[in-house]
Design a protein around this ligand. Structure first.
Ligand code: NAD
Ligand code: 89V
Length: 350
């Protein structure tokens, strides 16, 4: 069997969260993912990343692509820049992974997907919650039929952790908890229970110091008939905070699977229960409490690299992520109208 070709990786954005992407790419070098250049419009951040990971650094993506031959771009800038950067990648026929949220509006998300299709450019969204070890373990339990057909679920992400310290921009966003973290949990709901028929939602702003909603309670009916509650808040006040873990309970017609703090799973089937630790290991570059999220970056980057290298679409391709983004839009619409909303569906032109 022919040896698989290595892929030259270009990192765009070397800010707060991109540090995890950079460490993950460094860990994937032995597998053929060769971090080859970094770029940040802030020269200090660009140079720091270039020095730390031993690659050339740039402050302009176009100059980087003129200078270094890149196979796969990893764009970890904030959402307001994604359309412009993804367009440059598509026009140059370079494959790209874009961090979530895909873009500030549905229309911009669609424009990015259609631009990539027009240029036949490979495109995916870095949506990493479903790639976390614990979530993949739960998915395996469901796929094995251990609890029968899932009929009801609650996916809960509740914290009082100071997310604004690492990401101060969150306090000024026009839309907050649904667009920033709800999007992850809605993606998990699709991953575990399939597509959604309609969405109801209530939002609250419980922290007076921030601009937008920090608490959302979402109720969904899936096309399978299953019902799912998605909850997310940055305004919890509790001991033993689980940040950044997602707690879940999924019930099927043959049992249930519950994921508790510390990534412990409790499975009940045929009247018997067993427990297991399903979290991933601490890595040489990860630290509590972010380790759960950081380890998910490694698995997500590996998935993107392997799927691109093998000429296959990613599970969270641009087109797939439109279905998750449509749930974000539907939840905001439902909260605004206090009525159930059918998520919009994107249909490819031509
Ligand atoms: P940040 O502001 O710390 O970093 C963004 C960096 O991009 C900055 O250094 C900025 O200078 C650079 N940049 C902006 N425009 C650029 C351009 N045109 N060319 C080159 N560089 C440019 O933001 P962050 O907190 O690291 O968030 C980045 C993205 O990651 C956001 O979309 C955020 O939602 C997402 N995020 C995802 C997760 C997760 O996947 N679990 C966690 C945190 C943040
Ligand atoms: O994971 C994220 O997308 C971050 C959060 C604060 C939720 O961790 O924005």
């Amino acid at each position: 069997m022919a040896a698989k070709q290595p892929v030259a990786i270009g990192m765009i954005g070397c800010g707060f969260y991109a540090q995890n992407h950079l460490h993950a790419w460094a860990d994937l070098r032995p597998e053929g993912a060769l971090l080859s250049a970094v770029c940040d419009r802030d020269p200090v951040r660009a140079e720091a990343a270039g020095k730390r990971f031993g690659v050339p650094h740039f402050t302009d993506m176009g100059k980087m692509l003129d200078t270094v031959k890149i196979g796969l771009l990893d764009i970890a800038t904030r959402m307001d820049t994604h359309r412009e950067l993804a367009a440059i990648a598509a026009e140059r026929g370079v494959a790209a992974v874009v961090q979530k949220p895909f873009a500030p509006t549905w229309e911009e998300c669609v424009a990015i997907v259609e631009m990539a299709r027009q240029h036949n450019a490979w495109l995916a969204v870095h949506e990493n919650f479903r790639f976390a070890s614990a979530m993949r373990a739960v998915k395996k339990i469901l796929d094995q039929g251990t609890i029968g057909t899932p009929t009801w679920a609650r996916l809960s992400w509740r914290t009082g952790f100071d997310v604004y310290r690492g990401q101060p921009y969150l306090a000024e966003e026009e839309k907050l908890v649904i667009q920033d973290v709800g999007i992850h949990i809605l993606d998990l709901a699709r991953y575990f229970l399939g597509e959604v028929a309609h969405v109801s939602a209530e939002t609250q702003k419980r922290n007076p110091k921030i601009r937008a909603e920090d608490t959302a309670t979402i109720l969904m009916r899936h096309t399978s008939g299953a019902v799912c509650v998605v909850e997310a808040t940055y305004a919890a006040k509790r001991q033993n905070d689980a940040f950044p873990e997602t707690m879940l309970e999924i019930e099927g017609d043959g049992g249930s699977v519950i994921l508790t703090k510390g990534e412990k799973v409790i499975v009940t089937t045929q009247g018997l229960s067993f427990e297991d630790q399903v979290g991933g290991p601490l890595l040489h570059w990860t630290s509590r409490p972010w380790h759960v999220s950081q380890e998910a970056v490694l698995h997500t980057n590996r998935h993107m690299f392997e799927r691109f290298r093998d000429g296959l679409a990613a599970d969270t391709s641009g087109e797939d992520n439109l279905k998750t983004y449509a749930l974000v839009e539907a939840a905001y619409e439902a909260a605004r109208t206090h009525a159930a909303v059918k998520p919009v569906q994107w249909v490819a032109k031509g």
